[in-house]
Design a protein around this ligand. Sequence first.
Ligand code: GDP
Ligand code: MN
Length: 378
Amino acid sequence: MKLQEYQAKDIMESAGIPVKPGKVATTPQEAVAIYREMGGQVVVKSQVLVGGRGKAGGIKLATNETEVREKASAILGMDIKGITVKKVLIAPAVNIAAETYIGIVIDRKTQSPVIMVSPAGGIDIEEVAKKTPEKIFMTAINPFLGVLPYQARALASKLFQDPAQIKKTARVITLLYQVFVDNDASLAEINPFCADDTGELWAVDAKILLDDNGLVKHPQNESLRNLDEEIPEEVEARNSGLSFVKLDGNIGCMVNGAGLAMATMDIVKYFGGEPANFLDIGGSSSPEKVITAMNIITNDPNVKVIMVNIFGGITRCDDVANGIIEAHNKVGIKVPIVIRLTGTNEEEARKILSDTALIPVGSMSEGAQKAIEIAQTR
Ligand code: GDP
Ligand code: MN
């Protein structure tokens, strides 16, 4: 789950990271009202869940009411990478003297959080990694020990030379790690982390991604969800208790169990196909769930064929078969369905499916190859 900049800044500020206190407006009038309380120079920042807002023209400085009204009017309603701006953050501007980068992610190689810093902040960090990798410094953190003081200082000293600034930055790095751990984040990033013209340090931008699987531990974070910027199919799936991730291929996958769903996508890829989604319909699949799943998959115009792969353990194959037939009748599915059912009540399921247009297969490999063949000819 992605948080907006202002939400991430709220969390960071509560943790003690220096942030210029801003407020969110949804209309130019609100923006002006906020400005009246602030005065001075402010920055008007589009709040959308994509990076590169600055380059896209979604971040502007303003120094009086007229400018704030103009900039807010221009940014609100603007389209940034396909998303319409509905909110702007108004915050006192920082007189930036230096822009650096601080980020924390989970690293698969070391199986631990990794803190990355770069003195080349502000710009796209992927760009820095590609062109000047020597400007990125990384330290893996032992999750049982947390950030050790010397690690924070060593990283901080890559960003600033002044001892006072190094000390403050080390503290920010430690606090950011705390934010990362306390919220079960998969990413916590400050880009740019800036020194201003007086030497003070500020988190000028903030980004946090929360691990969806950690949200049960932080029910208060659930209210931070930005539903109108999420993929509608994924929202619908979550509300129906399905795990769904949209992908770019043309073979819809309906599978029970996350492991089997991964294996199904693997085997589709192995034979040269492209899955349109990851979908785990779960262990106890009622016909209703199957219908919802079918609806979600067929909403995607790219889907040319659906591959159903069910291992009946707790899930009964006949339930799934009934669900598919019901879905077929109700939803009017127009794409062919390749189906592999094995396990509990598989005989019953086969009987139910025998006089239908569905294409039964005996194994996963056969299913994947059949699905690919159909996808290629449609
Ligand atoms: P992003 O483009 O979506 O990453 O948004 P950022 O918040 O990182 O802003 C992009 C760039 O706008 C920053 O790297 C700064 O150069 C500039 N910017 C953002 N806020 C301020 C500010 O308060 N003062 C000044 N002078 N520039 C700012
Ligand atoms: Mn940024």
